[in-house]
Design a protein around this ligand. Structure first.
Ligand code: ASP
Length: 430
């Protein structure tokens, strides 16, 4: 019996934790009425503590892990032009998939009409942030004015840029800085080991997160917004199961079913934690297991978790249509193009943490003059959608990583197809 339990892989344990958490949560929600046991002891203490502790541990890893692995990754690509090409391509693919995601969402919103018949009236004047300001801020925020404060506050984009630059310099100076290079390599190794250790708690963490969510979920709020929820879920499903597999086949000819079989545990993890950032370590490991060179994944996955939010963009596209219909406002063709553009910018500006997509949604609403108070209507049910969209966000990062590494001959196809063992990045995740 114990040897049988031991043979279950960590990915499967995460899945088991998630399903058990879902069942226990629903059981508490429907069958346990005692508020002391249910709310005070379990939801607010046991599950909250277990889930939040785990998320904090994962978050604790992210900045040093990303920083060191980007430096080591960039330092190992000695050709600076290659870094430029990889970076440029990655960003381009990320932006295109996000633009595609918003467009799908706007189309679905026009079709399903999630806000039709709500007849809301805007009570306040709507403000209008200029687009120019939004874009300038986004670009400016990429460059750290103080790298140490970016590291301390966990601002991923400046951390990525700073790490890349350090890595490039290490590659340029080679032997002159051999000791410092070795220091970063060993630091990276230490962070990998720490990640392996913390990941062992993932099944318990995921169990607590799921149980807390589903024990406290109010189902009454879901009904009036059913059309909006369906609209977002269909959009997410189209992106995950039609757009991504098509892109994978088109650009790499790899088998999408094989991809999903391997990747599903990362999606579940993102689903239960609602944070792309905390998912970075296991996403990096997973794509390495699929044969992606760590030179590529150490850069593309953290970058994706920071700037590529296709699931969030889908929610934002649906929310725009929902609000426009609910408040009886027309959005012109130019308005729709503005939404696509701003949602792509918002995706770059959305940090990979729970619910931030709703915050950056104000930016999208402002750009076309929709009343920000409309966000209040969907606020209550956003937590559940956040889970689904985060799973799509991280899937987009992995798909783009596979495409970029394939194009740069940094993908071992035999490993992907299971014909050869993977040389993983060192996190003992299986
Ligand atoms: N929770 C999402 C993520 O981490 C961001 C969001 O849409 O709120 O990817």
């Amino acid at each position: 019996m114990t040897s049988k339990l031991k043979s279950i892989s960590l990915s499967n344990w995460i899945l088991i934790g998630m399903i058990l958490g879902f069942i226990v949560g629903l059981f508490l929600n429907f069958f346990v009425t005692d508020p002391f046991i249910k709310d005070i002891i379990l939801i607010d203490n046991v599950f909250y503590l277990g889930g939040t502790l785990f998320i904090r541990l994962m978050k604790m890893l992210v900045v040093p892990l990303v920083f060191f692995s980007i430096i080591v990754g960039a330092a190992s690509i000695s050709d600076i032009r290659k870094i430029g090409t990889i970076g440029g391509r990655t960003i381009l693919i990320y932006l295109i998939t996000t633009a595609l995601a918003v467009t799908i969402a706007l189309g679905l919103g026009a079709l399903i009409q999630p806000g039709a018949g709500l007849n809301m009236v805007a009570s306040t004047d709507v403000s209008n942030v200029t687009l120019n300001q939004t874009m300038t801020d986004t670009i400016l925020n990429m460059v750290p004015d103080n790298p140490f404060s970016s590291l301390a506050s966990g601002d991923m984009l400046p951390v990525i840029i700073f790490g890349l630059l350090i890595g490039i310099i290490l590659a340029k100076l080679k032997e002159e800085v051999a000791i410092v290079t070795k220091f970063f390599e060993e630091s990276n190794r230490i962070m990998m080991e720490l990640t392996s250790l913390i990941m062992k708690f993932a099944p318990i963490g995921v169990f607590c997160l799921m149980a807390k969510t589903f024990a406290g979920l109010g189902f009454d709020g879901l009904l009036p917004l059913a059309k909006y929820i369906i609209c977002v879920l269909i959009g997410l499903a189209v992106q995950a199961f039609i757009v991504y597999p098509s892109l994978l086949v088109l650009f790499t000819r790899l088998n999408p079913i094989r991809f999903f079989k391997k990747f599903v545990s990362v999606m579940f993890f993102a689903f239960s934690s609602s944070t792309s950032n905390a998912t970075i370590p296991i996403n990096m490991e997973k794509v390495s297991e699929m044969g992606v060179s760590s030179e590529i994944s150490s850069f593309t996955i953290p970058l994706g978790a920071t700037i590529n939010m296709d699931g969030t963009a889908i929610m934002q596209g649906c929310a725009v249509m929902f609000a426009a219909q609910a408040y009886g406002m027309d959005i012109t063709m130019a308005g729709l193009l503005t939404v696509i553009f701003t949602a792509v910018m918002a995706s770059i500006g959305t940090a990979g943490v729970p619910s931030v997509g709703l915050v950056t949604l104000t930016m999208v609403f402002n750009s076309v003059g929709l009343p920000v108070e409309a966000i209040g209507l969907i606020f209550g049910i956003d937590h559940i959608l956040d889970m689904f969209r985060t799973a799509v966000n991280v899937t987009g990062d992995a798909i783009c990583t596979l495409i970029v590494s394939f194009q740069n001959k940094a993908l071992d196809i035999d490993v992907f197809n299971g014909k050869k063992a993977a040389k993983t990045i060192g996190i003992d995740y299986q």
